[in-house]
Design a protein around this ligand. Structure first.
Ligand code: KIV
Ligand code: ZN
Length: 514
C-alpha cells in the first residue's frame, strides 16, 4: 500500500487497560473514546467483547458514541468470540473486528497446544467467518516477532485470501530490535501473496524500551498503521506511546516523509485525562507530556531559549496542547471566561456537569489567587467521569502534632443519611481513611496512594490519586484540593463510590443481561 498517511490505531481501552490497576468503567471508557475522537485517531480498539460483560458493554457504548474512527473489538479465532465482537460493534458508524491467534512455536507448543496447520486453518476460517458479516477485518499474528518468517508469510497469505484488510505484526513480548523489526516488515511485505494491497501494522510492547523505535522502524519499512496507547499505557512496561510516535513522525517529517491525522493540540488533554482516570501518573521526564518535557533548567539553555527558542526546542509546547500562557483565571472570572478557557484547552463539555465544575472553580479561586490551566484540567477530569455518588463527605476534622496520635472525625452522607465517625491512625491520612471506612462500612484495601502538587507555590492544589481493592474489584480515585488531607479524603471516597458503582453495575448486568 503506497500512501504517506500512517493510521493511528489506539488501543488504550484494550491493551492499555491490561496495565495493572488501570481498569476503567464504561463511563470512563466513553470519556476517553470521545477524547480519542477529538485527537482524530483512525481506529479505536474499544475492548475485548468476549472477555467479560463489562468489556462487551464498554465496546457497545463506545461504538454508539463516536462517529469518525473505526471502532473494533478484539476477538480470538472462536465463533462465539467473533459473534460477540460483531454484536458489540454493530451500532458503530464504522465497525470492525480484530482477530488474533499466536504464530510462534513457543506459543503453539506451550500455550495453544496446536500444530502450525491447525493455527493456519483457524486463522483463515475466523477471518473468512467475520468477513461475511463485516468489511473491516484486521488480523494479528500474536508473538509475530518470535515467529518463523516463512510460516508468517503462509498465515498472512491465508488471511489476505480470506479478506483481512489490515495485517498486524505484534512484538508481543517487547523482544524485537529496530533494525531487525524493520527487516521483518520488508520481508513480509515483499513475500506475502497479496501483501501489496493491504495495510501493514506494527504493535509493539516496551519491555526493552524499544516500542517507539520499533514502530518507527516498521513504518520506515512500509507499515502504514501504528498501534499505540495514550501515555504508553499497557501491560508490563506498556505499549508504544501514541504521543511519542505521532510527534516523532511530525517533528522528523524531513526523514520519514509521512503524516498522521492526529490533531496534536489534543495530545496533552488526552494524556491528562487518561492519567486522571487510571490513576497512573505521568513520569515528569516522559517525552512530550511529562512535566519537564519543555522545561529548561540549565542557565545556558535558558539563555539560548530566551534569545531564540530554536536553540534548544525541537517542538513547541503549544503544538501538543500545552498552553503557552498558563495563568488564566482568578476569583473575578465569570462562567463565560471559564467555559471559553476550557474550549481553548480543547475540553468538550458534553461529559461534564458544567454547573458543578464551575462551582468548584469558584471555590478554588476563593482559596487560591491564580487558577492555572493545570488546576482547571484537574477539576474537569474529576467532573468528567463522575459516577453517581453514594458517599459524600460533609465534614472533616483532622488533628496531629509531634506529641499526640493523629485523629480524624468525618461526617459522610450515605444514601442521604449522615454518619459521623472518629478514628486514630499512624498519620493524618491513615486516621482519616480509617474514619471514612467506619462511616461508610466499607473494607477496602488501599493499594496505591500518591500525592503531587498541581502547580508550584504553597497555595497550590494537591492532587491525590489512590487505588483501592475490594476482593477482585479495584478502582482508582482522584481528589484535588488546596488541603492535601481533604484531597486524600476526596480521592478515597471517589474510589469507594466507584467500587460501589461497579458492584451495582455488575448486579444489574447479571439480572438484566448486557
Ligand atoms: O501484544 C499483542 O500481541 C496483542 C495482540 C492481541 C494484538 O495485544
Ligand atoms: Zn499487545
Amino acid at each position: 500500500m503506497t500512501t504517506n498517511r500512517v493510521q493511528i490505531f489506539d488501543t488504550t481501552l484494550r491493551d492499555g487497560e491490561q496495565s495493572p490497576g488501570a481498569s476503567m468503567n464504561v463511563e470512563e471508557k466513553v470519556a476517553i473514546a470521545r477524547q480519542l475522537e477529538q485527537l482524530n485517531v483512525d481506529v479505536i480498539e474499544a475492548g475485548f467483547a468476549a472477555s467479560s460483560e463489562g468489556d462487551y458493554d464498554s465496546v457497545r457504548h463506545v461504538a454508539e458514541t463516536v462517529t469518525r474512527p473505526i471502532v473494533l473489538s478484539l476477538s480470538r479465532t472462536k465463533e462465539g468470540d467473533i459473534e460477540r465482537a460483531i454484536r458489540a460493534v454493530e451500532k458503530a458508524k464504522r465497525p470492525g473486528v480484530h482477530i488474533f491467534i499466536a504464530t510462534s512455536d513457543i506459543h503453539l507448543n506451550h500455550k495453544l497446544m496446536m500444530s502450525r496447520q491447525e493455527v493456519l486453518d483457524a486463522a483463515g476460517w475466523a477471518v473468512g467467518y467475520a468477513k461475511k458479516r463485516l468489511d473491516y477485518v484486521e488480523f494479528s499474528a500474536e508473538d509475530a516477532s518470535r515467529s518463523d518468517g516463512d510460516y508468517l508469510v503462509q498465515v498472512f497469505g491465508e488471511v489476505i485470501k480470506a479478506g483481512a484488510v489490515t495485517l498486524n505484526v505484534p512484538d508481543t513480548t517487547g523482544y524485537a530490535l529496530p533494525e531487525q523489526f524493520g527487516e521483518l516488515f520488508r520481508f513480509l511485505i515483499a513475500s506475502t501473496p497479496g501483501g501489496d494491497g493491504v495495510c501493514w501494522s506494527a504493535h509493539c510492547h516496551n519491555d526493552l524500551g524499544m516500542a517507539v523505535a520499533n514502530s518507527l522502524a516498521a513504518v520506515k519499512a512500509g507499515a502504514r498503521q501504528i498501534e499505540c496507547t495514550v501515555n504508553g499505557l499497557g501491560e508490563r512496561a506498556g505499549n508504544t506511546s501514541m504521543e511519542e510516535v505521532v510527534m516523532a513522525l511530525k517533528t522528523r517529517s524531513d526523514f520519514f516523509g509521512l503524516v498522521t491525522g492526529v490533531v496534536t493540540e489534543q495530545i496533552y488533554p488526552a494524556s491528562r485525562l487518561v492519567s486522571q482516570i487510571t490513576g497512573i501518573a505521568i513520569p515528569i521526564n516522559k517525552p512530550i507530556v511529562g512535566e519537564n518535557a519543555f522545561a529548561h533548567e540549565a542557565g545556558i539553555h535558558q539563555d539560548g531559549v530566551l534569545k531564540n527558542k530554536i536553540t534548544y526546542e525541537i517542538m513547541r509546547p503549544e503544538t501538543v496542547g500545552l498552553a503557552a500562557n498558563r495563568l488564566v483565571l482568578g476569583k473575578h472570572s465569570g462562567r463565560h471566561a471559564f467555559v471559553d478557557r476550557l474550549r481553548e484547552l480543547g475540553i468538550a463539555a458534553q461529559d461534564m456537569d458544567m454547573n458543578k465544575a464551575f462551582e468548584r472553580f469558584k471555590a478554588l479561586a476563593d482559596k487560591k489567587k491564580s487558577v492555572y490551566d493545570e488546576d482547571l484540567m484537574a477539576i474537569v477530569a474529576e467532573e468528567t467521569v463522575r459516577v453517581p455518588d453514594r458517599y459524600e463527605l460533609t465534614y472533616l476534622n483532622v488533628t496531629s502534632s509531634s506529641e499526640v496520635v493523629p485523629q480524624a472525625t468525618v461526617r459522610v452522607r450515605v444514601d442521604g443519611a449522615e454518619r459521623t465517625q472518629h478514628a486514630t491512625g499512624d498519620g493524618m491520612v491513615d486516621a482519616c481513611y480509617k474514619a471514612i471506612a467506619k462511616a461508610t462500612g466499607t473494607h477496602c484495601k488501599l493499594e496505591r496512594y500518591a500525592v503531587k502538587g498541581i502547580t508550584g507555590g504553597t497555595d497550590a492544589q494537591g492532587e491525590v490519586s489512590c487505588l483501592v481493592r475490594e476482593d477482585e474489584l479495584t478502582a482508582t480515585g482522584q481528589g484535588a484540593h488546596t488541603d492535601i488531607i481533604m484531597a486524600s479524603a476526596l480521592a478515597f471516597l471517589n474510589a469507594l463510590n466507584k467500587i460501589e458503582y461497579r458492584k451495582r453495575y455488575a448486579a444489574r448486568v447479571r439480572v438484566e443481561g448486557p
